[in-house]
Design a protein around this ligand. Structure first.
Ligand code: PLP
Length: 413
């Protein structure tokens, strides 16, 4: 089938307006295959992936060790029967307990980021017997009802009201606001260690640690939403490692599946897990904890260790950011600010129209970037952590020439 026919089916059977929007931004290719940091379309055109599936492709596309692990399970027992035990789930749960901070120990496997967040919210209510949650403006926690209630953008929330009761939102990176909002009825504070979809917002050093201290002072839990920051994205295993915060509950997904399998996990301390230990079937999932997904997770964590990807994320990310900082200095009329940690970088542009134009120009040059969901003025760079410096140099060169074109057009945007 040719690309036109495929896009027509998208228009007819998936969504006409999103299809037209993507086409308008120059996205008219159909993916055929991918490897490492390269996506090839059905006509043989190669794109450098600087978006990484919104953070899903930490170990790149189709990493051979993840493929091998998944294939092995595919031919043994791909999905768990739900009654007998399975080895990949046991091994992945043990490994996650080892690499997560503090006393995080127990895992509940699910299939996506929003499910992992839903699980955290339910477990927090169960553990504390409280109903209030404190979240941040501009937060993105997913789009099912609980996580949508925690999400801090009205545009996504308003059409679905009434949402859950008991959620308050405070400005991100504002310790005093957090202090004022948390009280004896608060079940948990839920935060991203770096806000992803909110616009790659990096908090001041120590913010997550302060959040932990404030939550605990009031007998509340700290939920770290590591769906985007986790698994090496910010240069450490988890975003909270940056300032040594120890959450009671953590939501992990995206990169955990090695870009091959969907998987998420709710990870909690023994104290947080109390209610689920008493009544384990209060929260269940048919697909969660399948052998192929857990084997993918385990292989992904092994690849990160073997290929030293935490250090590479920190170093390549710093190199990337330095290069973008230099471009921002040259074109301050286009790039207001560059923010980021590790391989999670955002360019805050002077005008919203500049984001769409830059994205289209970069894609025209075969480099995939996109803006953040809550803030279309921010173009995010979240490549596979394995991207070599030579490719980063090429991306920077193309970026500089595209930003120059945006600068020439900025008054008309
Ligand atoms: N939490 C964070 C921090 C995210 O960035 C996302 C998705 O971008 C989610 C939750 C929701 O994940 P999913 O799209 O897998 O439901």
């Amino acid at each position: 089938m040719n690309p036109e026919e495929i896009m027509l089916k998208y228009e007819q059977y998936i969504n006409p307006s999103s299809t037209r929007l993507f086409r308008f931004m120059g996205l008219s290719s159909v993916e055929a295959r991918a490897e490492g940091w390269t996506i090839t379309d059905t006509e043989g055109k190669e794109f450098i992936d600087c978006l990484g599936g919104f953070g899903m492709f930490a170990v790149g596309h189709k990493h051979p060790k993840v493929v091998e692990a998944v294939e092995r399970e595919l031919h043994n027992m791909p999905m768990c029967g739900k009654v007998l035990f399975n080895e990949p789930a046991a091994l992945l749960a043990e490994k996650l307990a080892e690499i997560t901070p503090g006393d995080l120990q127990y895992n509940f496997f699910c299939n996506s980021g929003t499910e992992a967040v839903e699980g955290c919210l339910k477990v927090a209510r169960l553990a504390t017997g409280r109903k209030r949650f404190v979240a941040a403006h501009n937060a993105f926690h997913g789009k099912t009802f609980g996580s949508l209630t925690a999400t801090g953008r009205d545009m996504y929330r308003d059409p679905f009201k009434p949402l859950l009761d008991g959620f308050v939102h405070v400005p991100y990176n504002d310790v005093a606001a957090l202090e004022a909002a948390v009280d004896k009825d608060t079940a948990a504070v839920i935060l991203e260690p770096v806000q992803g979809e909110g616009g790659i917002n990096v908090p001041a050093d120590g913010y997550m640690k302060q959040a932990e201290i404030i939550a605990h002072k009031h007998g509340a839990l700290l939920i770290a939403d590591e769906v985007q920051t986790g698994i090496g994205r910010t240069g450490t295993w988890f975003g909270v490692d940056y300032d040594g915060a120890k959450p009671d509950l953590m939501a992990v997904a995206k990169a955990l599946g090695g870009g091959i399998m969907p998987i998420g996990s709710v990870i909690g301390t023994e104290a947080a897990w109390k209610g689920l230990i008493e009544a384990p079937f209060l929260h269940t999932s048919t697909f969660g904890g399948g052998q192929m997904a857990c084997a993918a997770g385990l292989a992904t964590l092994q690849v990160i260790e073997e290929e030293n990807l935490l250090q590479r994320s920190a170093e390549t990310g710093a190199y990337f950011k330095k290069g973008i900082d230099a471009i921002a200095k040259e074109f301050p009329q286009v790039i207001k600010e560059v923010r980021g940690r590790g391989m999670m970088i955002g360019m805050d542009l002077a005008k919203e129209g500049a984001g769409g134009m830059l994205m289209a120009l970069m894609i025209d040059q075969h480099i995939i970037v996109a803006y953040t969901l809550n803030n279309p003025k921010v173009i995010r760079i979240e490549p596979p952590l394995i991207m070599p410096i030579s490719v980063v140099d090429h991306v920077l060169e193309v970026l500089q020439s595209c930003i120059k074109q945006v600068a020439d057009a900025i008054d008309d945007l």
